[in-house]
Design a protein around this ligand. Structure first.
Ligand SMILES: [Ca+2]
Ligand SMILES: [Ca+2]
Length: 177
């Protein structure tokens, strides 16, 4: 009997814990901005670096031109990482696009879907992925070396039209207070 109670308690904690975790999602993607301060020719290794600044973006749809990136005073030599959860309404094939100056790449559930790396002017690349309905991890990386800077992330859901990935499907885990 005691053992059954322990099992029941553990099970209910698990269920409550899961429901709680789901409640902790907030709108928008977590954005980590790294001011690299020198030439950035490829995705930099920021493993041991702390983000210069962080904020939340509802969508990824920025054209900064020659000016400073929004929320910063940096026009060149930086790297940005967006992370969070993307909620799929139904099973199907999803096509993702990144259009960026300079390089960018997009991962879903840790798997690279779009490879748009390298130094270049605004250029669009795409990739397709088969996904189940529900929550999936999304990560977008972007770096700017010099000149103009932009980064836009779009999708084309099965049977839908191409559009900027809308705010209503993008979330991030609430930071622990
Ligand atoms: Ca620039
Ligand atoms: Ca550039």
């Amino acid at each position: 009997m005691k053992r059954l109670l322990v099992v029941l308690l553990a099970f209910s904690l698990l269920v409550v814990g899961k429901a709680f975790a789901a409640d902790e999602l907030e709108p928008g993607l977590n954005c980590e901005f790294f001011n690299i301060g020198e030439e950035v020719g490829d995705f930099p290794d920021v493993k041991d670096k702390k983000a210069t600044k962080t904020w939340v973006d509802k969508t990824i749809d920025v054209d900064a031109g020659d000016g400073a990136w929004p929320n910063t005073d940096a026009a060149d030599n930086f790297y940005i990482r967006w992370t969070g959860v993307i909620k799929m309404e139904k099973d199907g094939k999803y096509k993702f696009y990144t259009e960026s100056d300079d390089g960018s790449r997009l991962f879903i559930d840790g798997k690279q879907v779009v490879d748009n790396g390298g130094l270049h002017a605004a250029e669009e690349k795409d990739g397709e992925v088969e996904l189940k309905a529900g929550d999936h991890e999304i990560k977008v990386e972007f770096f700017e070396n010099g000149g103009q800077a932009s980064c836009k992330v779009s999708w084309e859901p099965a049977g839908g039209a191409k559009e900027i990935v809308p705010a209503k499907v993008l979330f991030h885990k609430k930071a622990a207070k």
